[in-house]
Design a protein around this ligand. Structure first.
Ligand SMILES: NC(=O)c1ccc[n+]([C@@H]2O[C@H](COP(=O)([O-])OP(=O)(O)OC[C@H]3O[C@@H](n4cnc5c(N)ncnc54)[C@H](OP(=O)(O)O)[C@@H]3O)[C@@H](O)[C@H]2O)c1
Length: 355
């Protein structure tokens, strides 16, 4: 059993903790919080051991009546790997502490790439992390882009990717984020930093990205134009994407027209927190003009990196083959939307909306 701790129990950390707890080869030893807020209370109610991330704040937990099992250094002594899910930049501050306790570390995409030995996306570069001390799971947007670019590059060759990322202003619980009534070029300089971030997991692809931020909280929307080195027909590309483990090809008959319906669907089929771990690609949008593929996809920013964190742990600490790790993660999470609803899956089973 791989002993895992999650430092930073927020949007990503709480989801990673649940995913780790669901793995047959991992033990969630505990999670840490800086303060006894509702998330700390929820962690205890879920039966997770809670640790104070800042040792001199243990009194605050006692005063709030929230039981803790110890402090972050205690947690680090009891685990093989820490998944750092702290706010952007805090992971860099924590690095020396992790190293002094001799634990492996998985960082998130809000950290600079040089924080870790490698950057990670299970579909694009699982093996680059194998056997290392640390890795960084790339951001939600970069994860979403990499899952599309990797198969296109392998099958057809990619000469250039151009992507416009329409990004949500904040997560649903972030009442201090915006804009409230505006559309912001963000960053206003082009291309944005997301293209170079894709190159940390797919080094040899030319990718230019442009970013906007909009008053939405549910998902990001990507508009992609990928120039290929060959000229497949659109049906071919759709079939390729339908065969991807972590891509849900939204069929026209599902009548899903945006993030609202996607999230409602996720809740209807019983997804925890309404999470969508897969890229959600509109089948009708996948088109080919000469050697250019076009498509729209939505990416659930709170969720798509979660299975990637689980696989990153296995890449660091085990010799489990990539495809086996990915399959194990998908199965334990219940990731049955991949492919196209109503279509036959690779394993011959027919997908249903309840998958
Ligand atoms: N949300 C997204 O859309 C998203 C998607 C992909 C990747 N990421 C990346 O994932 C990382 C985490 O983002 P997030 O959205 O989960 O942030 P978040 O919701 O703000 O959660 C971070 C948590 O860390 C805790 N924290 C703060 N300082 C800490 C410290 N010194 N030690 C331990 N815990 C501390 C905070 O809780 P308390 O202070 O209450 O304990 C907070 O709940 C970032 O690198 C981000 O860029 C985020």
């Amino acid at each position: 059993m791989i002993r895992v701790g999650v430092n930073g129990y927020g949007t990503i950390g709480k989801r990673v903790a649940d995913a780790v707890a669901a793995q047959p080869d991992m033990e969630l030893v505990g999670v840490s919080k800086t303060r006894p807020n509702y998330e700390a209370d929820a962690a205890r109610r879920r039966g997770y051991s809670l640790y104070a991330a800042v040792p001199d704040r243990t009194d605050a937990f006692a005063e709030a009546g929230v039981e803790i099992a110890g402090t972050l250094p205690d947690l680090l002594e009891a685990i093989d790997v820490v998944v750092d899910c702290c706010p952007s930049g805090v992971g860099a501050d924590n690095r020396t502490l992790y190293e002094s306790h001799g634990v492996h570390a998985v960082y998130q995409g809000g950290e600079d790439a040089d924080i870790a030995d490698a950057s990670f996306n299970a579909r694009a570069n699982f093996e680059a992390t194998r056997g290392g001390r640390s890795t960084r799971v790339v951001s939600c947007n970069t994860t979403g882009l990499s899952r599309v670019i990797a198969p296109l590059q392998e099958r057809y060759g990619v000469s250039k990717v151009r992507a416009t990322l329409v990004r949500r202003g904040g997560d649903p619980s972030q009442s201090d984020r915006g804009p409230i009534n505006d559309v912001l070029p963000d960053p206003v300089t082009v291309p944005s930093h997301h293209g170079p971030d894709v190159n940390t997991v797919i080094p040899d692809v030319a990718v230019d990205t442009l970013g906007l931020t909009v008053p939405a909280t549910q998902m990001h929307t990507h508009s992609l134009n990928v120039s290929l080195e060959s000229e497949p027909d659109a049906a071919d590309v759709r079939a390729l994407l339908a065969g991807e483990d972590r891509t849900f090809l939204i069929p026209p008959e599902a009548s899903i027209d945006g993030a609202g319906a996607l999230k409602e669907f996720a809740r209807d089929v019983g997804r925890p927190r309404g999470d969508l771990w897969e890229n959600c690609v509109w089948e009708q949008s996948v088109n080919v003009v000469d050697d250019d593929v076009y498509l729209f996809q939505n990416v659930h920013q709170e969720a798509d990196v979660v299975p990637e964190n689980v696989d990153a742990i296995r890449a660091l600490l085990t010799d489990v083959p990539a495809d086996e790790s990915i399959a194990r993660t998908n199965e334990t999470l219940g990731m049955g939307l991949a492919g196209r609803l109503g279509a036959d899956r690779a394993d011959g089973r027919r997908l249903t909306a309840g998958d």
